[in-house]
Design a protein around this ligand. Structure first.
Ligand code: ARG
Ligand code: ZN
Length: 897
């Protein structure tokens, strides 16, 4: 049954303080929960209904005396509570079984250590509670456990007391001075060691930072600690937001459903986003750690100090915090071009993951109106599109205006549980003269309307009048439950280029002199006409610079115009975008061209890239000024998923074959240039994961891959040999993995022995083994062998379905990230998918529901894929015992069928 945003009611009871005492035992943990409650006089008197799940209840006391209670579903209902507004004590004693908790929600055991995950509704699996974010309480927690097995006992806030108990047990008492909702509660107990760092803030306060890991992993915590120190300094410098705790802890666990969790003062992380050494982690891992550590830390203000009133407001904290972590990474990257690279990467995620979500059966607004299972709404729409909405506000009011808005937001709402409206209101109110303030109600359609708007741009140059008229028109397709849409407020940053690529001045009618060469116009009507005056020649418009709004921009550029933008646009994002548009156009035209046939092997043996495109790519690759990281992004072809999104009807094999043929032609046509690039981007000296060094390694890795691809085609053995050599003696995981990937990706015979060697070398490094599994499950399917290989990998002694990282490394890498291998004409990939969804659902519904999303876009598929996919989804839906999580996903996928 669905929950609706419009049904929100304030809680009938407040919980002021909570005292929790845990006797930790993996098989049977005893939890004594003593709360101080009072009625919320603003709400009509009603029974107290406490949420609980999979708990064994043994005692309920009110002010120390027994009381009557009943169960309604999984809720504990108390009707005979003291009248009046006086506070009283409610004591609840329950037990739970953490070692049977495979869902990894609530209290669970991972490798002999206790962890919790309470967001969104996991606290109710620990004790009966008003498990909703608008009930904020002060927590005091006593943890008791066997001292030898669980020497470290952690919870939120400050350690106030610890000591030994009888029978080899000990205890620790923690007090969190900040009120918080139950989803931010955490405890950890086990054999852990910590890297510690004392810091003094700008304001002069002292803090202890700690990163807890399993013994043996301490050497891999330096980067996480550095990232945490940088996060503390950044939030203070950029937003004036200080660390508000004496002690801030991060703990890593290898069993975790998501990336990490911002529990107050005690962040719990997936090891993937903590542990890194140059020997075991790639540059991408290092960058992800920096951004996730930042993300969770920034939640301390945007999420914890000011939290969500209800879960429909999730993007209030997630969209804003993603925006903040993106800015953090950009600020640390430093140069304008490194910022642009980060922006391109973020937009690529948005367009390959969020745009499809917005066009599919799970489409929902940034602030949803209803859900069945809230865990299904931790989506790219809430996170990444939410961040784009915040970014548009930031750009509409300017950097200083946004800082003022944030200040007002905290002045108004510190310590409260609020809504997306409160946030937008604060930013607008702090900038009363801004376009945001002027258009606020309309701007908020970004929160209420799902779907990706399209903007169609058409230009008209009048040589006699020396004017250029640009028409911008917006539209948005219907999404489930929203047949029609109101116009959005769409900031479009733009500039005009002359035919030689130089910037033309921008001048409106009535202006005496031209203004800045790049300006933002705000499209709020369904269509607008803009006229620029004193334009000396027919310009090439550069539109939506920096991806100034999360829309699809339709423009009928000529190839020549795109080549001009690719070569000259001062906006790095649009420079990249021009190359992507060129490649996309070639891909789409080739896919539709029935004269271009695939051979018996499924490959296309024709040249499809026009010489102009090859030349342009060569010019980018050889460019003396462009950064290596930018070159790598510009030379990467649009993904199969992104190409598929542009088509009405999708033949996944055709897309795969065309893209592969394009890649092979780029590999062979630019062979000498790839060789040059590989040699130019070798580095010596100590490994550093900074953006510039990472960019050089990324381009060298791409070059090696292309050289191995070309070699497979020409039969040359030199480059595969070099790749093998590099694989063996690389000084860091990035180079080693790129070399292995080049061998596997080119389907070379040297790949198998290299994979075996890699496994032997890293058999004790779980995160590296994940890469080993993922590489094989994601491999190019040259003879239809990948599915059999995936099944074999699931029988490998190192495989476990219970560990989310490992399950993802095999199953998701195949179903979500390997379209060419997954979309088999015989539907065997879909059958495999349905079996795994069902199997995983019995263990971990959250992970299963993510996997269930792999066929979201099935309605776009051509036959026979479409029927095969529908059958597979129907097979899952026919199971009577599905979780809410998976049920909601497959029901929506099959809706209106
Ligand atoms: N708030 C966490 C973060 O964004 C994610 C928690 C997700 N939890 C969940 N059960 N879906 O950092
Ligand atoms: Zn978050």
């Amino acid at each position: 049954t669905a929950v609706h945003r419009s049904d929100y009611q304030a809680p009938a009871w407040w919980i002021d303080t909570v005292e929790l005492a845990f006797d930790l035992d993996p098989a049977k943990t005893r939890v004594l929960n003593k709360m101080r409650l009072r009625r919320n006089s603003a709400v009509p008197a009603q029974p107290l209904r406490l949420d609980g799940e999979e708990l064994n209840l043994s005692r309920v006391l009110v002010n120390g005396a027994g009381t009557s209670f009943k169960m309604e579903g999984s809720q504990l209902v108390l009707e005979n509570l003291p009248e009046g507004e006086e506070a009283f004590d409610l004591e609840i004693f329950t037990t739970c079984a953490p070692d049977k908790n495979t869902q990894l929600m609530g209290l669970y055991v991972s490798q002999g250590t206790f962890f919790t995950q309470c967001e969104a509704e996991g606290f109710r699996r620990i004790t009966y509670f008003l498990d909703r974010p608008d009930v904020m309480a002060t927590y005091t927690v006593v943890l008791r456990a066997d001292k030898a097995q669980f020497p470290v006992l952690l919870s939120n806030g400050n350690l106030v007391e610890q000591g030994d108990l009888d029978g080899g047990r000990h205890f620790a008492k923690w007090h969190d001075p900040h009120k918080k909702p139950s989803y931010l509660f955490a405890l950890v107990a086990g054999k852990l060691v910590a890297r510690q760092q004392r810091i003094t803030s700008r304001a002069g306060t002292d803090h202890l930072l700690e990163v807890y890991v399993r013994p043996g992993d301490l050497g891999k915590t330096e980067h996480a600690m550095r990232s945490l120190m940088a996060s503390v300094a950044w939030d203070e410098a950029r937003f004036g937001l200080p660390l508000d705790l004496e002690r801030f802890m991060i703990v890593a666990t290898s069993d975790f459903n998501m990336g990490a969790m911002e529990n107050k003062g005690l962040n719990i992380f997936n090891t993937k986003y903590v542990l890194a050494s140059e020997a075991t982690a790639t540059d991408v891992d290092f960058a992800n750690i920096e951004s996730v550590v930042g993300h969770e830390y920034f939640h301390n203000w945007t999420g914890n100090r000011v939290t969500c009133r209800d879960w429909f407001q999730l993007s209030l904290k997630e969209g804003l915090t993603v925006f903040r972590d993106q800015e953090f990474s950009m600020d640390l990257a430093g140069s304008p071009s490194a910022r642009a690279v980060k922006r391109i990467e973020d937009v690529r995620v948005l367009r390959t993951a969020q745009f499809p979500e917005d066009a599919g059966p799970m489409a929902h607004p940034v602030r949803p109106d209803s859900y069945v299972e809230i865990n299904n709404f931790y989506t790219v729409t809430i996170y990444e599109k939410g961040a784009e909405v915040v970014r548009m506000m930031h750009n509409l009011v300017g950097r200083d205006g946004f800082a003022r808005g944030m200040k007002l937001y905290f002045e108004r709402h510190d310590g409260q549980a609020v809504t997306c409206d409160d946030f937008a209101g604060a930013i607008a109110d702090a900038n009363p003269d801004s376009d945001l303030a002027r258009l606020l109600p309309q701007f908020k359609h970004w929160y209420s309307q799902a779907g990706t708007p399209r903007v169609r741009a058409t230009g008209q140059y009048d040589a006699a009048a020396r004017t250029y008229t640009l028409t911008l028109a917006q539209s948005c397709a219907p999404t489930p439950g929203q047949a029609t849409k109101e116009p959005f407020v769409i900031p479009v940053e733009l500039g005009l280029l002359a035919q030689d690529g130089s910037a033309l001045p921008l001048q409106w009618p009535g202006e005496d002199t031209p203004g800045a060469a790049s300006r933002t116009v705000v499209l709020s009507e369904s269509s607008v006409q803009l006229t620029f005056v004193n334009v000396d020649e027919a310009p090439v418009p550069s539109l939506l610079r920096g991806f100034s709004a999360p829309v699809v921009l339709d423009v009928d550029y000529t190839d020549a115009e795109l080549l001009t933008l690719l070569a000259h646009d001062s906006d790095a994002f649009n420079r990249w975008e021009a190359g992507q548009r060129l490649a996309l156009r070639i891909a789409i035209n080739t896919i539709a061209d029935s004269a271009i046939q695939t051979g018996a092997t499924g490959q296309i043996d024709q040249q499809i890239l026009p010489d102009s495109f090859v030349q342009a790519m060569r010019a980018v690759l050889r460019h003396p000024q462009l950064d290596a990281a930018f070159k790598e992004l510009a030379l990467a072809l649009p993904s199969e998923t992104y190409i598929a999104e542009q088509l009405e009807v999708v033949d996944p094999q055709r897309i795969h074959a065309v893209r592969e043929a394009m890649r092979l032609q780029l590999a062979t046509a630019l062979q000498a240039d790839w060789q040059w690039a590989y040699e130019q981007h070798q580095h010596s000296g100590a490994y550093r994961p900074d953006a510039a060094s990472a960019g050089r390694r990324a381009l060298a890795g791409m070059a090696l891959h292309m050289l191995c691809l070309a070699a497979q085609h020409t039969g040359d053995a030199v480059w595969p040999g070099k790749a093998l050599q590099r694989f063996k003696d690389a000084g860091n995981m990035t180079d080693r993995f790129n070399a292995l990937n080049a061998l596997v990706g080119s389907g070379h015979a040297l790949a198998a022995p290299a994979l075996a060697r890699f496994h032997a070398q890293f058999k004790d490094e779980p995160l590296v083994l994940d890469k080993w599994f993922a590489l094989q499950a994601g491999a190019c399917d040259r003879g239809g062998q990948v599915l059999a290989q995936v099944k074999q990998l699931m029988n490998h002694p190192d495989f476990s379905l219970k560990n989310p990282n490992r399950a993802r490394s095999v199953i998701f890498s195949y179903c979500n990230a390997n379209p060419g291998a997954f979309h088999r004409a015989d539907a065997a990939g879909y059958v495999f998918w349905s079996e795994r969804v069902i199997e995983l659902d019995a263990i971990n519904p959250q992970v299963a529901a993510r996997l269930a999303r792999a066929l979201d876009r099935w309605k776009k598929l051509a036959e026979p894929w479409r029927s095969g996919a529908r059958e597979a989804i129907a097979r899952v839906a026919a199971r009577p015992d599905l979780s809410n999580d998976v049920r909601e996903v497959v029901t929506r996928a099959l809706a209106d069928e």
